[in-house]
Design a protein around this ligand. Structure first.
Ligand SMILES: CC(=O)N[C@H](C=O)[C@@H](O)[C@H](O)[C@H](O)COP(=O)(O)O
Length: 237
């Protein structure tokens, strides 16, 4: 890692410690899936106290970086035909996110069939002057990436490598195991309430990323509707 990278890393380690990172990713192709809404969500989240933003897509990252100096975790999501990897699969994605203004670039950190080796993505992120975050699903791969110089390890993909078996709760044990090893853990994935986010910090997480519960209106609405429907079924008229 270059000296410039090390300075950026230190800056981010100071500003994101025990912070909330708001993931501003609207439901794909929904009414909120427009650059102008992503920027508005990001600015509103900052007003609410978020110290970092997770933004998908080069166009969105460019617009949000113009609107605020709050650190951005940039990602590109792609649906590939020959690989299950979705988050920042290519070196060109890294380059475009760095140019767009992301200071942290996150990539899929799961050991699955992939177009670009994880360590090559990590190296490219550093070459482009950014700090790296790996979106992991398991303990060993996260630890391996941390030992290779990946600054942040996220639990992002835990529960999402087999979409038929996604649990309701966040993966708290995974956070604890990485924390025991001194990893800078970003708790991410199903931290859908203030209590869950606080528990991650209690367990030693470095910071917490919250997405759906803050920025996906459709999901939040469905949670309420589902909950009302469950009770309504058994409530006499
Ligand atoms: C698995 C995957 O692709 N996760 C994505 C990663 O960017 C997003 O869809 C999530 O919203 C984000 O991780 C935050 O999680 P939650 O929305 O549960 O707070």
């Amino acid at each position: 890692m270059s000296v410039v990278n090390q300075i950026l890393e230190q800056k981010l380690l100071l500003s994101l410690k025990h912070a909330l990172i708001a993931s501003c990713q609207p439901v794909d192709d929904g009414p909120m899936d427009k650059v102008v809404h992503v920027v508005a969500m990001a600015l509103a989240a900052i007003d609410g106290g978020a110290k970092g933003l997770r933004i998908e897509g080069v166009e969105n990252v460019t617009a949000v970086a113009k609107a605020t100096s709050t650190p951005i975790v940039g990602i590109v999501k792609r649906d590939l035909t020959d690989s299950p990897i979705r988050i920042t699969p290519f070196i060109d994605d890294v380059k475009a996110l760095a140019q767009a203004g992301a200071s942290i670039i996150a990539f899929d950190g799961t050991d699955r069939k992939r177009p670009t080796a994880m360590l090559d993505l990590l190296d490219a992120i550093h070459q482009h002057g950014c700090v790296a975050m790996a979106d992991c699903a398991d303990y060993e791969t996260g630890l391996m990436l941390a030992r290779h110089g990946c600054t942040f390890i996220g639990s992002t993909m835990s529960g999402y490598t087999d979409l038929n078996n996604t649990p309701n709760e966040p993966d708290y044990p995974l956070i604890s195991r990485w924390v025991e090893q001194g990893v800078n853990v970003i708790a991410e994935g199903r931290y859908n309430s203030p209590q869950r986010a606080a528990k991650a910090i209690e367990l030693g997480a470095f910071s917490v990323t919250v997405g759906s519960a803050i920025t996906r209106v459709e999901h939040i609405t469905q949670w309420f509707v589902g909950s009302i429907d469950n009770v309504a079924k058994t409530t006499p008229v």
